[in-house]
Write a protein that binds this ligand. Structure first.
Ligand SMILES: Cc1cc2nc3c(=O)[nH]c(=O)nc-3n(C[C@H](O)[C@H](O)[C@H](O)COP(=O)(O)O)c2cc1C
Length: 397
């Protein structure tokens, strides 16, 4: 792309066009423009969702972010053109933060053979392409570090929702580990219980993953402690040790997010009599995370996130995700205040709606009467045409 911009090579036909240089000064000025959010024409104020948010050393241009979503499209953990276009399309269109999918810190921690990986130094080069592009769009970009535990070595969900990935399918069903040797469910590999040495190795690999993420240029690192994967399974001690180790490995200015499932829902199942993880446990865990310097803690579903935020106050930033389908709802969640239980959350994430529409933030900005900055190549046609100044001409030889 650089060559296309600097040398005026036609982007589609790859032949030189008439001018040898582009108006570099003007272009650099436009591309360096800071956060733009302003009330749309005829509006007095910009929406709360479009107020920037600074977390440690980074500033999100708004409070809406792309929830991590596995693409099940990598090869041996390496990203390819699918990932480039998928994440790039969203980064072009104004999100506060794009979170890359669950990315395995160990090869056997992948959910499927096609999961994204960061267990090798060699993974960094492809990952760096995402951060370079996102930063060229003034977007922040994050990565979710994960280990699937007993849920590893299954096939991609669009192939089957209940099948072990066998060796023939690229899986490792005899090298799956978890907290015990009990399988996650009927159609999952039988794990072996992790040894203490394996737990130590896991911690080391999360730290190495975090270091590689920093080397690749990510602005935020998230730890995936949700959805029944390895660290979710009532393993408060492991979660806290991982948070401490990864926080210590990150630069001061890099925020650490932690994704937790606020409940296992088992307390609402009349057929289940045993213990389970509940909202009260999550609130206690959130306090412990806050003491260890975590700055973001996505809950699942707004009422849970609000309860957590009410309990932890300013000690933690709390985000919610789940079926937030329009900007008006996002704004309500971030504004709160409808009644005493309506505690505002700090951030709102969306998943599937971004898959459907990479311009979701732009659409929500329209819903809420706010003008945002999107890629110049796209935005100028919507009223972002340059002024009639003659200055760019002086930069053209
Ligand atoms: C295709 C797909 C892949 C997902 N992969 C991940 C993942 O890698 N990590 C994660 O924490 N959640 C994952 N999720 C959950 C989403 O991040 C999100 O929490 C969920 O889809 C609910 O939000 P939504 O209603 O806005 O889609 C995935 C969801 C979908 C639909």
């Amino acid at each position: 792309m650089d060559a296309h911009l600097k040398k005026r090579i036609h982007p589609h036909h790859c032949v030189p066009v008439s001018r040898s240089e582009t108006p570099a000064g003007e272009k650099a000025k436009k591309c360096a423009s800071t956060i733009f959010n302003v009330p749309a024409k005829g509006r007095q104020a910009r929406a709360q969702a479009f107020h920037p948010l600074t977390i440690r050393g980074v500033t999100m241009q708004n409070r809406i972010w792309v929830s991590p979503m596995c693409q099940y499209s990598a090869h041996e953990g390496f990203h390819n053109l699918w990932h480039t276009t998928h994440y790039g399309g969203m980064a072009q269109r104004g999100p506060g933060l794009v979170m890359l999918e669950a990315t395995a810190v160990q090869a056997n921690g992948r959910i499927t053979p096609e999961d994204s990986g960061i267990w090798l130094d060699a993974h960094v080069d492809e990952l760096r392409k995402h951060t370079q592009f996102a930063h060229s769009q003034n977007a922040l970009i994050a990565i979710q570090l994960a280990h699937a535990g007993r849920k590893a070595s299954t096939v991609a969900p669009w192939l089957s929702s209940a099948a072990v990935a066998t060796h023939e399918a690229g899986g490792w069903p005899d090298n799956v580990y978890g907290p015990s040797d009990v399988p996650f469910g009927e159609n999952y590999p039988t794990p072996r219980a992790m040894t203490l040495a394996e737990i130590d190795q896991l911690k080391e690999d999360f730290v190495l993953g975090a270091r590689r993420a920093v080397a690749a240029g990510f602005d935020v690192v998230e730890l995936h402690f949700a959805h029944g994967y390895l660290v979710f399974e009532n393993r408060t001690r492991l979660a806290l040790e991982l948070v401490e180790a990864v926080r210590a490995a990150l630069p001061e200015e890099t925020p650490l997010f932690v994704r937790i499932s606020a409940t296992e829902w088992l307390d609402t199942n009349p057929d289940y009599q045993g213990e389970s993880w509940t909202l009260d446990d999550t609130v206690r865990l959130a306090h412990l995370f806050a003491e260890r310097g975590v700055k973001g803690g996505p809950g699942y579903q707004a009422p849970f996130a609000k309860a957590i935020k009410r309990a932890v106050g300013d000690k933690l930033l709390v985000s919610t995700v789940g079926s937030i389908k329009d900007g008006v709802l996002a704004e309500e969640l971030i504004s709160g205040g409808k009644d005493e239980n309506d505690t505002p959350v700090d951030l709102v994430a969306a998943g599937r709606m971004f898959q459907k529409n990479p311009g979701l933030v732009w659409q929500w900005a329209d819903d809420l009467g706010t003008s945002i900055q999107v890629a110049h190549q796209i935005g100028w046609g919507f009223g972002g045409r340059g002024g009639k100044t003659k200055t760019p001409v002086s930069n053209i030889p």
